[in-house]
Design a binder for this molecule. Sequence first.
Ligand code: SIN
Length: 296
Amino acid sequence: MTDTLSDGAVVERPLTPGLGVELLGVDLANLSEGQAAAVRDAFERHGAILVRDQQLGPDDLVGFSRRFGALDEAPLMENGRTAVPGYPEIYVVSNVLGADGRPIGSLGSGEAVWHTDMSYLPAPPRASLLYSLEVPPAGGDTWLCGMAAALRALPADLRQALEGRVIKHDGTYNSGGYVRAGVRVDDNPVTCEGQPHPAICRHPAGGPDVLYLGRRRNAYVVGLPLAESEALLDRAWEYACLPENTYVHKWRVGDVLMWDNRVTMHRRDPFDGSARRVMHRTQIQGAEPPLPAVAA
Ligand code: SIN
């Protein structure tokens, strides 16, 4: 690998041939500067990193996340509360109920459908990181989809139909299907509020162009009659999440999985609601909006 490893070894093991890498031999709470640089470099090159067997308190998690840039404050949870007292950057993803009978986190135990985090914002978070504290015995796997591979998978006519197009990204529902706090519900893709982003974006660090879909519900290809927009999006989604573009993560306690929202989407399998699953999530702020690919 690179010179930055001279003060500490970081060994890479691919998660799939095209997406993500597992980093071995690192303690994220105690990284040397050389290791931190190697971890950042691996993340930029591979779109996702996995580091197993970590023991991170909230300070460690926030401290490691900050090595990638300023953090977003976690959005309010579905119950209108912030999740971890004293740590406004940490969002809890969990189905567990607290002593007061209210959920300690968000997203329940159902499926979280394919999406890119908060693509309904002008500058969505650059990256998201999940750290597992409790995992169910089965289910709850997290899937990543590489959006450069998704773009390459499109037939030429479909790619051409999307080139230069802008998709409106709706923020009414979160990936679990819950309406976000304070949002007015409008299920008409043409009239609903949303943020336009290019359908095909350039990689901000010079990597291959990516398909940028956000999420399917209420999405709209700006300027097309609704039926044409629906047909175009349905076709694009058919190719986007082909198994060869994806990685499926089976969680163990102490895993850190971090993905680049600019080049991936993710989803989660449902799991038995009587089992416990507790994840802490941080997000790295996005510095710029997704930029359109440069025409060939
Ligand atoms: C999410 O969609 O952000 C949550 C993913 C997960 O719970 O694995």
